[in-house]
Design a protein around this ligand. Structure first.
Ligand code: SF4
Length: 255
């Protein structure tokens, strides 16, 4: 299955979310998650418009169909460009094309991602690096950096995506492995649940199986210890047998 940018983004937040989205499941009952999605979409639309209002018409193409051959392109900006590479795809919010002077007259292509928050996160950087990787493979040339336009003021931040490529490749491999598995990953409630469209579904499942991730303060390490202790409580015979075996075991040989 193709690793798309929405699935990659979902994987960064929660493997279960990625799995459910890949299977076309939808919940839509979390009003907060719906509000965040609407805010992000509105910001992206306004950001594109903000860009188009600032540059002369003809320098911006507004659809992948009008982009043409990237190597022969004359536009400065392309909006919503669908980039594909082997097993990967991304709809890049904006691509900026910068003509380079010199004998070969090649151009630099810069992926740009619109982020609604005033403080972009590491996930935003990884998503931009994902866009850069797909574009790089699509063009068969280096795409060493990208840009984020973010926050109320449409501030711009340059991100050296080349330094994140190895991490992104590793995460892509993990996402692809998850997508090829017919079974869902282990359900673990986490900090993203409050803003996730599947919140009610996952919470109901966690309550049904009395899952320890319902206790938000418990660390993963602590959770991993508990099943063994629960097993001992539920199966006292196991305690008896293990303690008897221990008592009957020959004493350790002196060193
Ligand atoms: S509700 Fe929580 S556990 Fe379920 S998919 Fe969303 S983030 Fe993952």
């Amino acid at each position: 299955m193709t690793v798309t940018s929405p699935l990659f983004e979902a994987y960064l937040k929660c493997p279960t979310k990625c799995f459910l989205k890949s299977r076309g499941e939808a919940d839509g009952q979390n009003a907060y998650a719906n509000w965040i999605e609407t805010e992000s979409e509105t910001y992206r639309n306004n950001g594109r418009q903000h860009l188009m209002d600032r540059i002369p018409s003809g320098e911006c193409v507004a659809s992948s169909q009008n982009v043409g051959d990237l190597r022969a392109a004359r536009w400065r900006f392309a909006v919503d460009f669908c980039a594909h590479a082997e097993g990967l795809s991304s709809t890049i919010h904006i691509i900026e094309r910068v003509s380079l002077k010199g004998e070969d007259k090649t151009a630099l292509f810069i992926p740009v991602r619109l982020v609604v928050t005033n403080k972009p996160s590491r996930h935003d950087k990884l998503l931009l690096a994902f866009d850069a990787l797909v574009l790089s493979q699509n063009l068969s040339r280096d795409v060493p950096f990208g840009k984020k336009i973010y926050g109320d003021q449409y501030a711009t931040l340059k991100v050296m995506t080349v330094g994140l490529t190895d991490e992104v490749r590793k995460l892509i491999r993990k996402t692809a492995a998850l997508l090829s598995n017919p079974s869902p990953p282990e359900l673990v409630l986490n900090r993203h649940c409050a803003a996730c469209e599947f919140q009610s579904r996952c919470r109901a499942k966690a309550i049904e199986k009395d899952d320890l991730s319902l206790l938000p303060r418990m660390t993963e390490k602590e959770r991993r210890k508990i099943p063994y202790q629960r097993h001992l409580q539920r199966h006292p015979t196991f305690i008896y047998l293990s303690t008897t075996a221990e008592a009957q075991a020959p004493p350790p040989k002196p060193q």
